[in-house]
Design a protein around this ligand. Structure first.
Ligand code: DNO
Length: 407
């Protein structure tokens, strides 16, 4: 695995110098300031590469921009509305520009309207660390009483709607406002932030788009871009829905192994790949992460390694972000599956035998509480996660263990 780290650009309070000291080997970044749908020009790409390449004192960092996360897919492409064909043409130009700059792995997602979603950005754990949490009752309270989406109350199990009513009644004005802000103001990396009215009008545009239709639109998008990806040797990797179930009545189509299998089978080329995010997928009890790595591994082009603590065993449940080795996913088993996949690729002579991974998210611990970085992306919490993942990997790869391609 290549140990990478997400960097939001020059405004990120975690610097290139910081990540070097964390032992990072490569960088994941995006041109967040460019509006979704617009072409990423060679100049803009080169500028970000230059920023990644230097430390604060002007010396070389030795780091490169390895993975784009994300080259966003426009709402028009997802809905096949408006200028969607032009957006696809422009998407392919951005792919070509990135390839010309030496970048060959692109992460994207196909979540309608909202990217990743949490209700609490600073949930206090018993030891004083804080983390991000998705509370289903809070989310239902937002959906039913703040957004007042028609049909919202009926879309949750009765006990959830009842609990949401009580929760909302007990919140003061600032609590009610915070609920909405956390959900719709956009988490880092999300392409947009919305007002309540924006959300309502966006939602209306999905009234006639079923999950089947959205999947067909994703397949059309992939059918369009894959010839370019194949020509360039560009690895495209679709990030799962986070959380991996429908929100606000919207279709979500990349939440399970079966979802990935359907899309891989429909556009069956190696460049049509996966961002295996153990945290997003791990929020569902029916997702077996080590098994998914074993079964879909040859298409996994990028790994997000993190863990969640589910707070019930229901498919749609509350959860919070656990330590990287805590929570629901057996991280040792998952890493062993990754190493098996890498050994197989090496035996096959694949150039992508080393899969880029990043320690995804982290709890806020120690000095993270005063630095106030992007929600979910603290320096020390991530460094701890990376160090733990690195330790396991090193132990599994040690000759004492004898991991073999055939194991
Ligand atoms: C959250 C992230 C997501 C991810 C996009 C990928 O931390 O993993 O925002 O970057 O969904 O397209």
């Amino acid at each position: 695995m290549k140990q990478t780290w997400r960097w939001f650009g020059p405004n990120d309070l975690v610097s290139i110098d910081d990540m070097l000291q964390a032992g990072v080997e490569g960088v994941v970044s995006a041109l967040h300031h460019i509006p979704t749908g617009a072409v990423w020009s060679p100049d803009e790409i080169a500028q970000r590469q230059a920023q990644i390449g230097v430390m604060k004192d002007g010396s070389s960092s030795g780091l490169k921009w390895d993975v784009v996360e994300s080259l966003p897919v426009s709402e028009d492409i997802k809905k096949q509305s408006g200028d969607w064909k032009q957006h696809i043409t422009d998407y392919k130009i951005s792919m070509r520009n990135l390839h010309a700059a030496g970048i060959k792995t692109i992460c994207y997602n196909f979540m309608p309207i909202l990217d990743w979603t949490r209700t609490d950005l600073s949930y206090r754990l018993p030891n004083g660390a804080t983390c991000m949490r998705f509370d289903l009752i809070d989310f239902a309270a937002f959906d039913i009483f703040v957004l007042q989406r028609p049909g919202a109350a009926e879309s949750f199990p009765e006990h959830v709607s009842e609990a949401a009513k009580k929760r909302f009644q007990n919140l003061d004005d600032s609590g009610r406002a915070a609920l909405g802000d956390n959900i719709i103001c956009g988490l880092p990396g999300a392409t947009e932030s919305f007002s309540l009215d924006d959300v309502r009008s966006h939602l209306a545009q999905y009234d006639n788009i079923s999950a089947t239709q959205l999947r067909a639109n994703l397949i059309d998008f992939l059918t369009e871009i894959m010839p370019t990806a194949q020509e360039l040797g560009m690895r495209m990797c679709c990030h799962p829905d986070d959380p991996p179930f429908s929100l606000l009545g919207l279709p979500r189509i990349m939440s399970t192994e079966a979802d990935y299998k359907a899309v891989i089978d429909a556009v069956d080329v190696m460049e049509n790949g996966i961002t295996l995010c153990s945290g997003s997928l791990g929020a569902r009890p029916d997702n077996d992460l080590p098994g998914m790595m074993d079964r879909l591994g040859d298409r996994v082009h990028f790994l997000h390694l993190r863990n969640v603590q589910r707070e019930s065993n229901d498919t749609i449940c509350s959860f919070h972000e656990a330590e990287h080795l805590g929570g629901a996913t057996d991280m040792v088993a998952l890493l062993a599956a990754v190493l098996r996949q890498e050994a197989k690729r090496r035996a096959e002579g694949r150039e992508d035998a080393s899969i880029p991974m990043r320690p995804d998210h982290g709890q806020d611990i120690l000095d993270d509480h005063s630095r106030k970085t992007q929600p979910g992306y603290p320096s020390i919490g991530r460094l701890k996660g990376l160090a733990e993942l690195r330790g396991i990997t090193m132990a599994l790869e040690h000759p004492i263990q004898g991991i073999k391609a055939s194991a």
